[in-house]
Design a binder for this molecule. Structure first.
Ligand code: PMV
Length: 316
């Protein structure tokens, strides 16, 4: 029997993180330059239910039955079994690898779940829909983050730019003209759950101070949507930088991310902001294609441990 493989992209949030938890709109795009991959090797002679999980990136090689059910890899597989209403699984080995940096705001957890859900359901002969894959990745994200807005699993499972409002059906974004982003990794792990929880505590103590900031961020996301769908993508630059200033005001940035944003702008980026949970993880900078290498070099000079240059492609 041939191996069955599936993959899912990383993602970045362009606009609206954190405010999206409070039901303001946000925009995210898939990043296929980094990917999670799951490969299934059927084991027709193995004992029913014998599922071996091999995840060399995290040094895990174990049977599904040996893992606690809340293990995110186990949860993803068991969720497929449940979704398909199967009482047991046939024997197989699943190998999971990923080039998406972990805890960096690039959606590593959701992408791994999505790749697993796709590979396992394909192997079982009942490929799940993108929405079903998204639901499974959401469940696993809940384990990591507590109260995720759902934007990560949505953009990753659907593999399209999305305009997302929590609790509403997501909308696909049409990208009128391509644009180039440089992603800079601060090298600090982003503790998304903690940052979201800390902001929640500050918000609950003083909602009047935070509501206007969330409104500003939501308005920026709406403006950005218009630019992405119809305008000149260079106009996204000032919107990105303004969004960063509001995130800083929310207390979710950190000196390292601020330094990277400043360095990108000094190197000629049209705009820059942190992306994702903040207090570590990644930032993004919009660059004219011919300046992307300069921006990338400036980010590394300013402490980025890794940079990725990616093009958000126009969609038909
Ligand atoms: O750290 P990331 O990339 O998973 O992004 C978190 C985005 C937040 O808006 C901060 C939280 C959420 O659930 O939307």
């Amino acid at each position: 029997m041939p191996a069955i493989a599936a993959w899912a992209p990383g993602k970045i949030i362009l606009f609206g993180e954190h405010a999206v938890v409070y039901h303001r709109p946000a925009i995210a795009v898939p990043v296929s330059d980094v990917q999670a991959r799951a490969v299934i090797l059927p084991n027709p002679l193995g004992q029913s239910g014998s599922v071996q999980i091999d995840a060399p990136d995290i040094g895990l090689n174990a049977l599904l039955s040996e893992l606690p059910p809340e293990n995110p890899l186990a949860t993803s597989i068991l969720a497929v079994q449940e979704q398909l209403g199967l009482s047991s699984l046939p024997a197989f080995k699943i190998r999971i690898t990923s080039t998406i940096p972990i805890a960096a705001g690039l959606g590593s957890g959701a992408a791994i779940s999505a790749a697993i859900a796709r590979a396992v359901s394909n192997f079982l002969g009942h490929p799940l829909s993108d929405s079903q894959v998204s639901d499974i990745a959401y469940r696993v994200d809940q384990y990591y983050h507590g109260t995720p807005s759902g934007i990560d699993n949505t953009v990753i499972a659907h593999n399209r730019p999305v305009y997302f409002v929590r609790g509403q059906p997501f909308q696909t974004l049409r990208v009128a003209q391509p644009f180039t982003l440089v992603i800079g990794n601060s090298g600090l792990p982003s503790p998304t759950g903690t940052v979201v929880g800390d902001l929640r505590a500050r918000y609950e103590a003083d909602p009047e101070s935070y509501e206007p900031v969330f409104n500003h961020i939501g308005a920026i996301a709406d403006q950005a949507r218009g630019v992405i769908e119809q305008g000149d993508p260079f106009d996204l630059g000032p919107l990105l930088t303004a969004n960063h200033a509001f995130l800083h005001q929310l207390g979710v940035s950190c000196p390292e991310l601020n330094r990277l944003v400043t360095a990108a702008l000094a190197a000629g980026a049209l705009g820059a902001k942190l992306s994702g949970g903040g207090r570590g993880g990644n930032m993004i900078a919009l660059a004219e294609p011919e300046l992307a290498e300069d921006v990338s070099a400036a980010l590394r000079e300013a402490g980025a441990v890794h940079t990725i240059t990616t093009v958000v492609q126009a969609t038909p």
